[in-house]
Design a binder for this molecule. Sequence first.
Ligand code: BG6
Length: 505
Amino acid sequence: MKEKNVLITIFGGTGDLAQRKLYPSLFRLYLKGELQESFAVIGTARRPWSDEKYREVVQETIKDIAESTEQAKTFSEHFYYQSHDVTDTEHYDHLKDLADRLDKQYDLQGNRLFYLAMSPNFFGTIVQHLESQGMLDTDGYHRVIIEKPFGTDYESAKKLNEEINDVFSEQEIYRIDHYLGKEMIQNISAIRFANNIFESMWNNRYIDNIQINISENLGVEERGGYYDKSGALKDMVQNHILQVLALLAMEPPIEFSERGIRQEKIKALDSVRIYTPEEVKENFVRGQYDDGHLEDKTFTGYRKEDNVDPNSATETFVAGKFQLDNFRWSGVPFYVRTGKRLTEKGTRINIVFKPTPVNVFKTSITEPSEQETLAPNVLTIYIQPTEGFSLSLNGKEVGNSFDMIPVKLDYRNSAEIIGNTPEAYEKLLLDAFEGDGTNFTHWDEVAQSWRIVDVIRHAWDNETPDFPNYAAGTMGPKAAYDLLAKDGFEWIWTPDEWYRERNLL
Ligand code: BG6
């Protein structure tokens, strides 16, 4: 492995994301030798920290994964802090002096990666200053990583993209969707394109419906201020859910490369039907959590959370049906469901296959089965917290009758494997160092996702919702169940049932 020579400048260096995700991920890359001697990090933010203070913070964030305090300290010595007002031109001059000095000191070969982990309002200002103040006047590569949210609707995203495009080309822009760095999300392509039994059946002849669940048991925690303006639709559906949908629905790429995959994902998103306001009402459900309890825990409703408007009309839950108008998927609903304060944390995908055309066991002359229909075969992809796949089949129940019972082929990664799985940010940072944009979102994907979501948002904004409408700890409002029932389907994943049966919910 060749070490990566790079200067990483983090805007928002004192923030939560930097501390929880970026520093530990950089450290893991250091442990693996991807970063060795020739790298440096400049953290910037408004706070007047010193290098010493910054390094202490960095050490604190990695203390549980470092082999010794000495090792953590040596790593943190690559970190430099610059107090910075992103609107003050002069500050970029200081930043440039520091960057040029570190470039020589660490042999960084002019390679510069800028990580924008702060309020998107400033992204345009930052990139313009990076160019005007000469931060990009080096021989190496210049790349920018941008955290979500990328805009708040299509128009704002387009404006933001134009501002960034004035300075960086599309190939130099790395828009993060951390779901694309998750091991099991990357595995979707492996399951599909390395197993002919699935890929040959991956279409509307054999698949009844697909269900994408991203369920969270936490509430909004300390992010009420952000979340109350965003809501689940923009926070989860516009990005993570539509990206997962694109990976499930896309055609096999000609080659497994950045270009190959992007082309197919864009086509898949282009085929998602853009709803009319009436269709939104029919196909999408929103919810907001009320007080609730689960086992011995009690939860307060969303409107009572910190920094949330007590009359808030923001949704903390979305369930919906996407329809893809192309040859492969016509007629197959893609149901999606995501929310806060649901029963369990879990991201899982269910591929529900069509039943056999007839149940021949029902007509057996000797011992007719009492079952009218057979349970569907379901392929489940477990993204988190457990990682693996299962396939449910029908087998014969032992005995004289010909009743079928579901049998599950189940594979899960062991705790040890999961423990060693690279964190999403680690993979994505490494990809950015290597110039591989496969697991980042291309502008065309972002634009189309906003178009899909904007019509839902507009339709909702024109009506006052009847909130709150689901108890914390449950899997969302009744309407989310009705949505599938009216098509003759049901949610495959029902973690709430286990608690209900025991009177714990
Ligand atoms: C983020 C959202 O993008 O994803 C959060 O802003 C959400 O609201 C988070 O909690 C979920 O990520 P993960 O990796 O915990 O599933």
